[in-house]
Design a protein around this ligand. Structure first.
Ligand code: ADQ
Length: 485
């Protein structure tokens, strides 16, 4: 599918560059990254000779900058690395981004550490990004900034006199007003966001939360429109605010999962779990994903519904993430303790209730698990979107998989009619949902999955990029129907 031709060159900006640094026998190499955002933005960037600006993921190293520059030849667009010091990484990235905004925006304010030093370094690093954009962008370029690490970039660019159009997309949820009000720098963050020209959220709920905080904290704003795109007047500027649910490259997931390689891998993996329904959980190691709560619900299901014992296996894949942070180490230990306890209690000869994988899977293996699983159990406590839910549907070629989905995933807004919806905190409710999925008749499974796949296919990642850019460039908003998202 074609992506929107922007009338201008695109500058994409995110905390991390879309690259991976690999260590080949002591020698570093830079390889282009994968993932939905890169797939969708790369054609737009190549088409117009764009730039992607971001951090490499490692402390500043001049050799690495050279390698990243060379990697531009492979990506077809320029990569510009922002050098970050150890101090920047500690205070801006681990501190402000991951110990304040990440937990707060996922409604987990008790996990926040509101340290002023984090805030000041966040401003310093955002200034580094703003300065790099100022130096690299032309006056007619369109700048698209991504995510919660970089909320101040437009504000700092305006202070430098930049007048380009700048868009922002928040990949994580925006919290309800009562929670957002806890942020010591709440007004400054909102005023900074209003220096963007378009602000995109994952769902209408996030957009509504943002507008509520705005009208509470900044009295002089005037909000117009209540559909999926609204506009806000503030100090002589007009800012567009929209809901744009991010998605996946549906066709590539559907195509690749139909390959012989994936089919064979799925067959071999299912052979190891014969005659049983496989329940799949796939998550990054993160406390927002609700993994311990899910394991408790699975335990409850085994305790209460005897027919599940010996007949279902939970395959829980956890992708290592933020491993150096003590909270994440504790979470890993908690998950492993629960897996051990449940397996120790219920395993019989020939049946292990939970298969636990703590590693990143290659694409073939991931797709094979999506294909073979009769049930997907996706129960984040809160999630911006959750792409795993959409990937599972795209790969479900025989259309008999059942999706159990948390009400608090952004994906719920689009998938609630085909999925079994659950409150991830309700152990008994999730346990009943597992039984319902296990017993669901074939006809109902197919009807639900067909619907889910249609929804994901219709609004894929290319639809998302196109809709965002169209909204950024549309002369007036009357062209947008209320239900765009
Ligand atoms: P994440 O929190 O990382 O993203 P998610 O949307 O589920 O969460 O995306 C995870 C990605 O990692 C998926 O594309 C998946 O295929 C991949 N992945 C998962 N397990 C894997 C494994 N074992 N091996 C290899 N790859 C694996 C943030 C927000 C989300 C939002 C996205 C996009 O937190 O809410 O949906 O950005 O905006």
């Amino acid at each position: 599918m074609n992506v929107q031709k922007t009338p201008k060159r695109l500058i994409a900006v995110s905390n991390r560059l879309p690259i991976r640094i690999v260590n080949d026998g002591g020698e570093k190499r830079v390889v282009p990254g994968a993932g939905g955002l890169v797939t969708a933005l790369a054609p737009v960037l190549r088409d117009r000779g764009g730039i992607w600006i971001g951090w490499s993921g490692a402390p500043h190293d001049p050799d690495l900058s050279g390698l990243i520059h060379q990697a531009s030849k492979k990506t077809g667009y320029h990569l510009k690395a922002i050098p970050l010091s150890e101090e920047d990484i500690k205070l801006y990235y681990h501190g402000f981004s991951n110990e304040i905004i990440w937990p707060l925006f996922h409604d987990l304010q008790t996990r926040c550490r509101f340290k002023p030093s984090y805030w000041y370094q966040y401003l310093n690093v955002n200034k580094k990004f703003a300065e790099a954009i100022r130096q690299n962008a032309g006056p007619k370029d369109y700048i698209w900034v991504h995510d919660y690490h970089l909320m101040h970039v437009a504000f700092l660019m305006r202070e430098m006199g930049c007048t380009q159009k700048i868009g922002f997309f928040l990949h994580i949820p925006f919290p309800p007003m009562d929670i957002f009000l806890k942020l010591p720098w709440r007004k400054k963050v909102l005023e900074a966001l209003l220096q963007y020209d378009l602000i995109g959220f994952q769902t209408m709920r996030d957009k509504r939360h943002f507008l509520n905080s705005l009208s509470q904290l900044i009295r002089e704003v005037k909000i117009r429109g209540r559909g999926s795109i609204s506009s806000v007047d503030f100090k002589g500027r007009s800012i567009r605010i929209g809901a744009f649910p991010i998605s996946i490259d549906y066709q590539s997931f559907a195509r690749d999962s139909s390959s012989k390689e994936v089919a064979e891998a799925a067959w071999y993996l299912h052979e190891a779990l014969p005659e049983r329904q496989v329940i799949l959980g796939v998550d990054r190691l993160d406390y927002t994903k609700g993994i311990p709560e899910r394991l408790c619900a699975f335990k409850n299901a085994l305790e209460h519904y005897e027919e599940l014992r010996g007949n279902v296996s939970l395959v829980q894949v956890v992708v290592p993430s933020r491993e150096e942070v003590p909270e994440y180490q504790e979470l890993k230990a908690e998950i492993e303790r629960l897996v051990g306890e449940i397996n120790g209690r219920f395993t019989t000869s020939g049946w292990i209730p939970i298969h636990y994988l703590y590693r990143s899977l290659d694409r073939t293996e991931l797709l094979a698990y999506y294909r073979l699983a009769e049930i997907a159990l996706i129960t984040p406590l809160k999630d911006g979107m959750n792409l795993v839910a959409k990937e599972y549907c795209a790969c479900n070629l025989d259309e008999k998989g059942v999706l159990i989905l948390s009400e608090f995933a952004g994906a719920a807004a689009q998938l609630h009619r085909g999925a079994i919806m659950v409150n991830p905190y309700d152990v008994e409710g999730v346990s009943k949902a597992i039984l319902k999925a296990y017993r669901m008749p074939y006809e109902e499974r197919v009807k639900r999955m067909k619907h889910l796949r249609r929804v994901v296919k219709r609004k894929d990642i290319f639809w998302w990029v196109n809709t965002f850019l169209k909204t950024a460039f549309a002369k007036d908003l009357t062209a947008f129907p209320v239900g765009v998202a």
